[in-house]
Design a protein around this ligand. Structure first.
Ligand SMILES: Cc1ncc(COP(=O)(O)O)c(C=O)c1O
Length: 290
């Protein structure tokens, strides 16, 4: 989160705009807001099968005050993953408008079609204006440690050194040692986490799909299922009812900006017993609503 904040500080001042494909993790827009920068939401489309981001919609939204584009792939909340051709199209768009890309690839290992999700690293030139943010919170489940990193062009080294110096002045040494241990010895743990999430994804998708009452794309990455409920357009109200009636908490799609209403986000980074229990309760409840 701090990496995101520092990137915004580096590239977008008060009144300047940053393109934000939505549904998106709400902290992006909030982090822009506290800097006085303006999020330009660009809703992605769900056609019943898959989520897509339309470059034409980004073209329509960009203005002379736009400085950057957020790209979160794999995406929280939709599980959307930009494939190589999409990344190329986004990079071409950013180059054309001289925008920075803030690439949030924090879920890059939680990719269910290969060992890691396609990345801007795979296609970029050395002088491309891309800021990568990453964290130990997801791949290594070290959320409470508060350690992350930025990868930026060398020309920005002093800028980020200053921004860190005048905020936290750095990550505490013992936390850095924990992060080093994760990098050196964490691969087996990580593989187990990914396999568990993969299975958890399929468990909940199977149960919910069998109800015939949801629309979903089996998430290709990250660990959230974002499913549509055509019979329940007010998912904020639905979220509260599900907590009250069956004791299952999910995030209503409205929380993720334009394009999110009518969907619920379920986190499947949980034990399989928990997930099956929750999915069955939701399915039973949906079945009881005629
Ligand atoms: C897309 C995305 N980026 C960044 C973060 C923040 O990670 P951290 O807890 O390490 O600040 C999250 C956490 O949920 C996230 O979903």
């Amino acid at each position: 989160m701090q990496a995101i904040q520092l990137c915004i500080q580096a590239v977008a001042g008060a009144g300047e705009e940053v393109l934000l494909p939505t549904p998106a993790w709400p902290n992006f827009a909030a982090a822009l807001g506290i800097m006085g920068a303006v999020p330009l939401s660009v809703p992605m489309q769900f056609d019943g099968q898959s989520w897509t981001l339309d470059i034409g919609a980004l073209e329509a939204a960009v203005t002379p005050r736009t400085r950057a584009l957020f790209v979160n792939s794999p995406c929280n909340p939709t599980g959307w993953v930009a494939d190589k051709s999409m990344l190329e199209a986004l990079l071409k768009f950013a180059r054309k408008h001289n925008l920075w890309i803030i690439a949030d690839e924090v879920y890059n290992r939680f990719y269910y079609e290969g060992t890691r999700a396609p990345s801007f690293y795979d296609i970029m030139e050395a002088d491309d204006k891309i800021l990568f943010v990453n964290t130990f919170s997801k791949n290594w489940a070290m959320t409470g440690w508060r350690v992350g990193w930025i990868s930026a062009p060398p020309a920005l080294q002093q800028v980020f050194e200053n921004l860190v110096q005048y905020s936290t002045s750095g990550v505490a040494a013992f936390m850095q040692r924990g992060a080093i241990a994760a990098l050196n010895d964490g691969e087996d743990f990580l593989k187990t986490q990914i396999a568990d999430c993969h299975k958890g994804r399929d468990l909940v998708c199977d149960v919910l799909e069998a109800t015939g009452k949801v629309r979903l794309e089996r998430p290709r990455g990250a660990f959230y299922l974002f499913f549509g409920l055509p019979d329940f357009p007010d998912t904020m109200e639905l979220g509260i009812r599900l907590v009250d009636d069956v004791g299952v908490a999910m995030s209503p799609g409205e929380a993720f900006g334009p394009g999110g209403a009518g969907f619920m986000r379920l986190c499947f980074a949980r034990s399989h017993d928990n997930l099956l229990d929750a999915a069955n309760r939701i399915a039973g409840w949906l079945g009881s609503q005629s």
